[in-house]
Design a protein around this ligand. Structure first.
Ligand code: ARG
Length: 459
């Protein structure tokens, strides 16, 4: 039998393979709530504008709530023959309210319907991402507050560079996730326009009220161009782009946690709640959550590339290619939310090993720059010369198998005769971090300012 929605033109029904490639109900059932919200707003608007009778609209609005409760209760029979969530809902509505249900699709197309549903869904996910990012930032802030004074090595090339504070390192991630938050908020503001009423592509001859449906669904305004309204998926791409950048940040932090929790580093202990054991090696405590975050973010990057690729060759307006937007975004959103929650839990629970951090901070000639800076200040050496003298002192310490503070004054003077005992004051890691008071620097006083500013911004 031919399709009940467009059977008028068709004599034969679809081949089973056609049904399999065409149907989206297997995944777009996740849009049920949004679809019903959109249809209820549309029905109310059709009544308010006199396009359908108020009694018919009321019957449809009530019937849609019944459909929603059936879906929520798990009693709804989804049908592949009905292709997608939009036609599944409408067909069931017809069974519940009778012929009046046939009036719901007046002045509407599945093209503006799906664009509206999907925007509502992505908007909800942007709100969830905002909450997830804020929770993670609060966890990082708590760590930063606890360890504003703890010293640890700062790295470049993963080689010891200069001592930094634990708080400073935590706050670096707060800045990154703070920018992610900004991208989420920007994307939400830009995407919050309503496609409903664009109809198939050209608008409609019915006297619809697009302001009303836009308002009803929490949009700031209707999309201004009906062709664009049904063709645009950049709201989804922007979601995936913001998600990708944030996922990259999550992955970098995950990588650091993997390194830090190793027996060689021992910078942090992850909690039992966010670790796993080995089935053979009794001593193992593995950072699986961090590893899985690091690995799973590839799905988000992939979704972004996949949807860019879907969209890049499409002429205006709707093409069925666009049905491929949903699985990518669903999977990326699930992955992002899970990664945010797992990272928040790990960060909240992790225990810094303060003595190990301090010992590591003091090794690897981490205060060599402080020594060079002292030569500039105390002996008025040009920085390039100071750099050279310090390099020779590091080489000397290396030959003696000791660290810079372990050199004697005689050792120092053998490289540069004007060096005095005061030099030893700047070779300690606590002095080193305390001295870096430039704006944005690692000194505890500066870090505490950052913590305070972000705590206020997060409210
Ligand atoms: N399931 C479709 C999608 O997700 C709905 C829109 C169908 N529109 C159409 N003209 N076939 O894109």
């Amino acid at each position: 039998t031919s399709n009940r929605m467009w059977g008028g033109r068709f004599a034969a029904g679809p081949d089973a393979i056609m049904e399999a490639i065409n149907a989206s109900i297997g995944f777009d059932k996740r849009l049920a709530d949004q679809d019903i919200r959109g249809s209820r707003a549309h029905a109310a608007m059709l009544a308010a504008t006199g396009i359908v009778k108020a009694s018919d609209a009321e019957a449809m609005r009530e019937g849609l709530l019944t459909v929603l409760s059936e879906i929520e209760a798990g009693t709804f029979q989804f049908s592949t023959a009905l292709e997608d969530i939009h036609m599944n809902v409408e067909a069931r509505l017809k069974e519940i309210v009778g012929p009046a249900a046939g009036r719901l699709h007046t002045a509407r197309s599945r093209n503006d319907q799906v664009a509206t549903d999907f925007r509502l869904w992505v908007r909800d996910q942007l709100d969830a991402a905002e909450a997830g990012l804020e929770a993670l930032m609060r966890a990082l802030l708590t760590q930063a507050e606890a360890g504003a004074d703890w010293v640890m090595p700062g790295f470049t090339h993963l080689q010891t560079a200069q001592p930094v504070t634990w708080g400073h390192h935590m706050m670096a991630y707060v800045e990154m996730f703070g920018r992610d938050l900004g991208r989420v908020r920007d994307a939400r503001a830009r995407m919050n326009e309503c496609p409903l009423g664009a109809a198939a592509l050209a608008g409609t001859s019915f006297p619809i009220d697009r302001e009303m449906t836009a308002r009803e669904l929490g949009f700031d305004r209707p999309c201004a161009n009906s062709l664009d309204a049904v063709s645009d998926r950049d709201f989804a791409l922007e979601f995936l782009s913001a998600a990708s950048i944030s996922a990259m940040h999550l992955s970098r932090l995950a990588e650091e946690l993997v390194i830090w929790s190793s027996a060689q580093f021992r910078f942090v202990a992850l909690s039992d709640r966010f670790s796993t054991g080995s089935s053979i090696m009794p001593q193992k405590k593995n950072p699986d959550a961090a590893e899985l975050i690091r690995a799973k973010i590839g799905r988000i990057f992939g979704a972004h590339v996949a949807l860019m690729t879907v969209m890049k060759g499409l002429p205006l307006a709707y093409s069925k290619d666009m049905q491929e937007d949903k699985e990518q975004v669903f999977d990326a959103a699930d992955t992002w939310m899970l990664a945010l929650a797992a990272m928040e839990g790990m960060v909240r629970d992790m225990a810094a090993n303060v003595p190990a951090l301090e010992a590591a901070a003091s090794s690897g000639f981490s205060t060599a720059t402080d020594l060079a800076d002292w030569l500039v200040r105390a002996l008025d050496l040009p920085f390039r010369d100071a750099h050279h003298v310090t390099g020779s002192l590091v080489a000397l310490a290396e030959r003696k198998g000791c660290d810079l503070p372990d050199l004697t004054l005689e050792d120092m003077r053998s490289v540069h005769e004007d060096i005095t005992g005061a030099v030893f004051d700047v070779l300690g890691v606590h002095n080193s971090v305390a001295s870096r008071t430039s704006f944005g620097g690692t000194a505890p006083v500066r870090v505490r300012e950052q913590i305070r500013a972000w705590s206020e911004r997060l409210g």
